[in-house]
Each structure stands twice: as structure tokens, then as C-alpha cells.
Write a protein that binds this ligand. Structure first.
Ligand code: SAH
Length: 262
């Protein structure tokens, strides 16, 4: 077996939500340098691969199992090649990062994780909404509905809904009726909810509604995959009577960089 070269590292890189301009400068540089790229097929749009060298060896992990993926990456790293593992959005959310990282650690292959713009943030930007609003909510929950991956008991969606915080729901649009049924156990039916299909792609679609009517709208639009569901009072069109401006830019509020004004 080839000895591990000094500088070989596997880079897990977040590709961002789809728009090729939303990869980080670092991610783009690493892609451009890579000898081998393994990308997560369905959502990493092939167009970010345009930053890759024309002679790079490119693998779509959609048709590979974990052992096959890891063999490609470990062998390449050991041969002194530059390896990039490309994930959609940010690699620390729903990316099976940990199981890959654990194997690299076991094999003694060093690695680094390069963040990306999560689809949760791309969706909030598409909606032009701040996920945290003073005195409305200061908390964001990233979650999903139970699918083949069971949810821990304390994280049942109906339980999380009781906080009435902003919630970004991944991987669940195919079960939108169940999502809404669970959310209604905690949020009032009037709570705003939005579905963003393929945020930042050319065919991005935004559906806005309230818990009481969103299912019909989503069905009508025919959205069944690749969508983010965001729910919470923070999506409301105007800051409601309850809402307050932040202290950050309040003229009556002083901080380290600004004096208080009358
Ligand atoms: N690591 C990724 C999430 C991977 S899980 C991230 O940070 O975005 C895949 C889920 O992410 C999809 O089921 C969908 O809910 C969401 N998703 C990924 N890309 C999206 C996009 N461009 N627009 C809306 N939702 C997206």
C-alpha cells in the first residue's frame, strides 16, 4: 500500500443550495485543485462541477454504498491525491458526514470540513425573511419528519412545535400532510408557513400559506421533493404588534461600537 503522503487530506465541501455562485471561495478553490471528486448525486447540481479540472476523476455517490465511497476516497488519499467529497448545502446537516468521517479516522486519513450555504438559509433568503425576530422567536429548529430514520422520542415534531419557534423542515415535503398535522398540535392554525422548492435554482418555486391551507397549495403546485418547509410567526408579512425592533440598531441603545443618542 502507498504510504500516506504528508499533505493528503480529504476535504468535505458544502456545495451550497444549487446556484453555483453560492459555493464558498475555499470550496471552489478545492474543487479546482481536486484529483478526485465524489459528489452526492441527487442535489449537488452537476454545474458546480464546472469548477473541477477537466481531467479530474469524478464519481457520483448516488449509486455507491458507504464502503465503495470510502474505498475510493481512502485509496486516493493514500496515493497522495487531492480528494474532495462534495455535499449539498452544508455538510453538517443530513449529509451522513459522521459515518464517513469515522471511517477516515479509523483509517488514519486526515480530513477537513468546509461549510456551505444550507438550503435552510437559501430558502429564508428566497423568502426575504429573518428567521429570528425580537420578542417573536429567538430560536430556529432544524428538523425532519420521521422516515426510515426514526426520530428520537423527545424530538417528535408535535413536541418541537410546542415551542412555536421558527422551524426549518428538511426531507419531509413528500409527507407534507403529516408534517402539517403534527405542526398543528403545537402552532395555531393561522401560523404562516412557506415551502421553497429548489431554492436558488432556475426553477425555484415559493408557496406561501398558513398551516390551515398550505397542504392544498403544495398539492396543487405538485411539489413532492427537494423542498424546504419553514414555519413560524417570523414569516409574517409585517412585524406584528407583538414584535419589536432589535436593540442592535436602536438609537437609545449603546454598545461597544456606538454611543447612545438622545
Ligand atoms: N445538507 C443539505 C441538506 C441535505 S438533505 C443542506 O444543508 O441544505 C436534503 C434536503 O434538503 C431536501 O429534502 C430538502 O428538504 C433540502 N434541500 C436541499 N437543497 C434544497 C434546495 N435547493 N431548496 C430547497 N430545499 C433543499
Amino acid at each position: 500500500m502507498t504510504k500516506l503522503g504528508k499533505k493528503t487530506k480529504v476535504f468535505f465541501v458544502g456545495s451550497g443550495p444549487g446556484d453555483p455562485e453560492l459555493i464558498t471561495v475555499k470550496g471552489r478553490r478545492l474543487l479546482g485543485d481536486a484529483d478526485i471528486i465524489v459528489y452526492a448525486g441527487s442535489l449537488v447540481k452537476e454545474r458546480v462541477l464546472k469548477y473541477a479540472r477537466s481531467d479530474a476523476d469524478i464519481h457520483d455517490s448516488a449509486s455507491m454504498n458507504l464502503e465503495e465511497i470510502m474505498k475510493v476516497m481512502v485509496d486516493a488519499a493514500r496515493a497522495g491525491k487531492k480528494v474532495v467529497r462534495l455535499h449539498s448545502g452544508d455538510p453538517t446537516l443530513y449529509s451522513a458526514l459522521r459515518e464517513q468521517a469515522d471511517i477516515l479516522e479509523k483509517e488514519g486519513v486526515p480530513y477537513e470540513v468546509v461549510p456551505g450555504v444550507s438550503s435552510a438559509f437559501a430558502s429564508a433568503a428566497a423568502l426575504k425573511r429573518e428567521l429570528t425576530l425580537p420578542e417573536i422567536t429567538q430560536t430556529v429548529i432544524f428538523t425532519r419528519l420521521e422516515g426510515r430514520t426514526p426520530m428520537p422520542e423527545k424530538e417528535q415534531m408535535s413536541e418541537l412545535a410546542k415551542h412555536n419557534a421558527t422551524m426549518c423542515i428538511f426531507l419531509s415535503i413528500g409527507m407534507v400532510e403529516n408534517v402539517i398535522k403534527e405542526l398543528k398540535k403545537g402552532y395555531p392554525g393561522e401560523t404562516p408557513v412557506a415551502v421553497v422548492y429548489r431554492a436558488t435554482w432556475e426553477d425555484e418555486k415559493i408557496i406561501k400559506g398558513r398551516l390551515k391551507d398550505i397542504v392544498k397549495k403544495v398539492k396543487k403546485a405538485g411539489i413532492e421533493r427537494q423542498a424546504m418547509i419553514i414555519v413560524g410567526e417570523a414569516l409574517e408579512g409585517k412585524i406584528s404588534a407583538k414584535g419589536k425592533r432589535s436593540k442592535l440598531y436602536d438609537k437609545g441603545f449603546a454598545h461597544g461600537y456606538r454611543k447612545k443618542r438622545a
